[in-house]
Design a protein around this ligand. Structure first.
Ligand code: ADP
Length: 677
C-alpha cells in the first residue's frame, strides 16, 4: 500500500480523490498553479506544491514539474484524475522512469485508445461495431471532402486526439465542408496539438450510453453496468445517469460483452469506459476513455463501490475486490454538472468570482462533489465547473424528484451559470419519459432557455429591504466607531434636519436583454419603512439581514425568507427557488443611462485570441453574419456582425490576445440602396 499519493489535478476531482485517499489512511499531496493558490483542493490536501503559472501548459500539463513535486513530497504514486495528464501515455511512462506509480492503465493501453483512429481499427478487429466513417491516415482535404460526400451529409468532423467535444463540427452540406474542416483543424491543433481529424456519418436521434469497466493486473475484468449521458450541449455531457434506462436486456448484454472483450483485447488495467452511440436496436463504438470519468459518481451511487479506492488497490497490484456476480446495482442515480457558463450565449464559459454559493446538504440520497467555495474565483484557464450534484433513489422517477429538489436548493451568483438551465431540464416532461437522446437540448432549446421576467413586486421590495438593512448595519458600525453613537447625525432612519424622512431609490435590474430601472419611494417610519413601488403598490416593511446574506423581510404581515448579497456594485436577491435577480443601485437621475452596448459595436464577450478573420475590411456584411472567430477556453466562438453594414476596420490582428469587452471591429452603416429615401 502507498503511504502518500500526489494528485495531479485541481478542482472537484482533486478534492474527491483526496477524500478517498484520506479515508484509506494515505497522505495526500496536491499541486497548484498561481491561479489556484487559494483553491479548495490546496487547502484540503496534507500538503501542496506550486507547479507554475496559471496556464495549464505551464503547470497542470507540465509532467516534469508534477513528477518533481511527487519526488519532493516522497509520494509513491500519482493519481491524475481526469483531463490534464490522465490520458497521456508519455506522462505514464515518465512516471515509471521516475519510479512513481501512475494510477491508471499501462501506457500502451492509453496510447492504443488515445488516438480515435487507432482505437477504431482495434475495435473493428475485436468485432465491435463502428459508426460508419473514415479514419485513415491521409488527411488531404480533397480526400476528406470526397469521403464525406460518399458517407452522405450530415457528417461529423472529429479531432483524432479529441476529447470534451472540442473541435467537433457537424457539417450539413458539402458547401460548408471546407470551412468547417479548417475550423475543426484549428481548434484541434490549439486544444490537442494535433490537427488530424476523422469523418463520421452524423447519426441523429441516438443516445450516448457507456459501460464502466474495471480490470486488474491478474487478468480479471468486470463491468460496473452502464450510464446514459445523452443530455449534452456542445457534444459535452451535463446530465448523466446510471443505469441507462430503457434498454432491452439483449442489447445491454451485447454492449457489456463488447466493452469487456475490447478491454481484454488491449490488456487493460484499471478503470475505463467504453462509449457507444445507441440507436434503436443497434450500438456503435465511439471511443474508450482510459481514466476515471467525470460522471463516475452515478456508478458509485448504484453499486456502493468507491472507484478511486479500487484504482488505488489495483495500482498496488491487488486483485479486483469483487467478482462480476458479486457486483450489484441498486436503484437509480443522476448527476447534474453545475458550470459557470452562459446558456443563452451558446453556453459560453464564464470566469469570475462566485459571490454566493449555497449547495444543499449532502445525505444518503444526495452527494455533492464541489471544487469551490463562495468567494472563490473561477479562473479562465481551466474547465469552469462549479460542482456536481449527484442524487439517488429507488427508481428513475424518484431520482428525478430528488434532482429537482437539490437544484431548487442550490443558489449561486456572481458568475452566470447553467443552474436555471439544469432546473429546466429536470422539470421538463420529455426528460421523464421516454429516455432522452443527444438531440434533447437542441430540440427543447426554447423551453429550456427560459427568459426570466423582470423582478415582481415581492422581489423588488425584498431588494429594497435588504439595501436598507445593509445601510442600517453600516450606519450602526460607523456610529459605534464615532465619539457619539447616539447623535441624530448617525441615525439611519432617514432623519435629516429640515428634510422629510423620505427618499427615492433607483434600482437598475440587470436582465439578459438589457437593464430596467425601477424607482421606489421609501418613507422612514419608527418601526421600519413604507416602501412604495409606485403604481399603487406599497408595503409596510422591516427586516433583518445576517452577515451570510440571509434576509428575513417582513412585507406587511408576511415574512419572506430570502438571500441578499452584494457582489461589488451588484446586489443579488434570491427569493424562493428563483434564480438570482441582479440589481445595481443607481442615482435617481441615472434612468437615462443604459449599460447596453451601443448599437453596431462588436466587442469581445470574453478574454481570448483572434483565431480567424472571416471577412476583409471593407466587406459588406448582413446582421448576424459571422465575421471573426475568437478562441477562448480551448473553444472557438463565432462572433457575428451586430448589424448589417460595412466592416470598416478590425482593431486587432490574427493571433492577438484581446481582453473582455474591447471593441474588435468597427462598422459603417450601409448606404441606403439607390432610390431609397
Ligand atoms: P469527445 O471525445 O470529444 O468527447 P466523442 O466521440 O466522445 O467526442 O463524442 C462526443 C459526443 O458527440 C457523443 O456523446 C455524441 O453525443 C456526439 N457524437 C459523436 N459522434 C457522433 C456521431 N457520429 N453521430 C452523432 N453524434 C455523435
Amino acid at each position: 500500500m502507498f503511504s502518500k499519493i500526489l494528485i495531479a489535478n485541481r478542482g472537484e476531482i482533486a478534492c474527491r480523490i483526496i477524500r478517498t485517499v484520506r479515508r484509506l489512511g494515505i497522505a495526500s499531496a496536491a499541486v497548484y498553479s498561481d491561479a489556484d493558490r487559494a483553491a479548495m483542493h490546496v487547502a484540503l490536501a496534507d500538503e501542496a506544491f506550486r507547479i507554475g503559472p496559471a496556464p495549464a501548459r505551464a503547470s497542470y500539463l507540465d509532467g516534469a514539474k508534477i513528477i518533481d513535486a511527487a519526488q519532493k513530497s516522497r509520494a509513491q504514486a500519482i493519481h491524475p484524475g481526469y483531463g490534464f495528464l490522465s490520458e497521456s501515455a508519455e506522462f505514464a511512462e515518465s512516471c515509471a522512469t521516475a519510479g512513481v506509480v501512475f494510477i491508471g492503465p499501462p501506457a500502451a493501453a492509453i496510447r492504443a485508445m488515445g488516438d480515435k483512429a487507432q482505437a477504431k481499427t482495434l475495435m473493428e478487429k475485436a468485432g465491435v461495431p463502428l459508426v460508419p466513417g473514415y479514419h485513415g491516415g491521409d488527411q488531404d482535404p480533397a480526400l476528406l471532402s470526397r469521403k464525406a460526400l460518399a458517407l452522405g451529409y450530415p457528417v461529423l468532423i472529429k479531432p483524432l486526439a479529441g476529447g470534451g467535444g472540442k473541435g467537433m463540427k457537424i457539417v450539413a452540406r458539402a458547401g460548408d465542408f471546407a470551412d468547417q474542416l479548417a475550423s475543426a483543424k484549428r481548434e484541434a491543433l490549439s486544444a490537442f496539438g494535433d490537427g488530424r481529424v476523422l469523418i463520421e456519418k452524423y447519426l441523429s436521434r441516438t443516445r450516448h450510453v457507456e459501460v464502466q469497466i474495471f480490470a486488474d493486473s491478474q487478468q480479471n475484468c468486470v463491468h460496473l453496468f452502464d450510464r446514459d449521458c445523452s443530455i449534452q450541449r456542445r457534444h459535452q455531457k451535463i446530465i448523466e445517469e446510471a443505469p441507462a434506462p430503457d434498454i432491452s436486456g439483449e442489447l445491454r448484454l451485447a454492449m457489456r460483452e463488447a466493452a469487456l472483450s475490447a478491454a481484454r483485447a488491449i490488456g487493460y488495467v484499471g478503470a475505463g469506459t467504453m462509449e457507444f452511440l445507441l440507436s434503436p436496436g443497434a450500438f456503435f463504438f465511439l471511443e474508450m476513455n482510459t481514466r476515471l470519468q467525470v460522471e463516475h459518481p452515478v456508478t458509485e451511487m448504484i453499486t456502493g463501490i468507491d472507484l478511486v479506492e479500487w484504482q488505488v488497490h489495483v495500482a498496488t497490484g491487488g486483485a479486483l475486490p469483487l467478482r462480476q456476480e458479486e457486483i450489484r446495482s441498486l436503484g437509480h442515480a443522476i448527476e447534474a454538472r453545475l458550470y459557470a457558463e452562459d446558456p443563452p450565449r451558446d453556453f459560453l464559459p464564464q470566469s469570475g468570482q462566485i459571490a454566493h454559493l449555497d449547495l444543499p446538504a449532502q445525505g444518503a440520497q444526495l452527494r455533492i462533489d464541489a471544487g469551490v467555495h463562495a468567494g472563490d474565483v473561477i479562473p479562465d484557464d481551466y474547465d469552469p465547473m462549479i460542482a456536481k450534484l449527484v442524487v439517488w433513489d429507488k427508481d428513475r422517477r424518484g431520482a428525478i424528484r430528488c434532482l429537482r429538489a437539490a437544484l431548487a436548493e442550490t443558489r449561486v451568483a456572481g458568475v452566470a451559470t447553467n443552474l436555471d438551465f439544469l432546473r429546466a431540464i429536470a422539470a421538463h416532461q420529455a426528460f421523464e419519459a421516454p429516455p432522452p437522446d443527444t438531440g434533447f437540448i437542441e430540440r427543447h432549446r426554447d423551453d429550456l432557455l427560459v427568459r426570466r421576467p423582470p423582478a415582481g413586486h415581492d422581489v423588488l421590495a425584498v431588494a429594497v429591504v435588504g439595501l436598507l438593512c445593509e445601510r442600517a448595519a453600516f450606519g450602526r458600525e460607523k456610529a459605534q466607531r464615532s465619539n457619539d453613537p447616539w447623535s441624530p447625525w448617525n441615525s439611519q432612519n432617514g432623519w435629516r434636519l429640515n428634510e422629510h424622512a423620505q427618499e427615492t431609490l433607483c434600482l437598475r435590474e440587470i436582465l439578459p436583454g438589457g437593464c430596467g430601472d425601477r424607482h421606489v419611494e421609501v418613507n422612514y417610519l419608527r418601526d421600519g419603512w413604507r416602501i412604495d413601488l409606485l403604481g399603487g403598490t406599497f408595503f409596510h416593511a422591516s427586516g433583518t439581514l445576517a452577515p451570510d446574506g440571509t434576509l428575513a423581510a417582513d412585507l406587511d404581515d408576511r415574512r419572506v425568507n430570502a438571500v441578499w448579497v452584494r457582489s461589488g456594485e451588484e446586489i443579488l436577491v434570491f427569493v424562493g427557488a428563483e434564480a438570482a435577480h441582479r440589481f445595481l443601485q443607481a442615482g435617481p437621475s441615472a434612468g437615462a443611462a443604459r449599460r447596453d452596448e451601443p448599437a453596431g459595436r462588436l466587442t469581445s464577450p470574453m478574454p481570448g485570441r483572434i483565431a480567424a478573420l472571416l471577412v476583409a475590411p471593407g466587406a459588406k456584411v448582413e446582421a448576424n453574419q459571422p465575421v471573426l472567430v475568437l478562441e477562448a477556453m480551448k473553444m472557438e466562438h463565432l462572433l457575428t456582425a451586430p448589424r448589417s453594414g460595412i466592416v470598416k476596420e478590425f482593431k486587432f490582428q490574427l493571433g492577438d490576445h484581446v481582453a473582455e469587452g474591447v471593441e474588435l471591429a468597427s462598422f459603417e452603416t450601409r448606404p441606403p440602396p439607390d432610390g431609397a429615401s
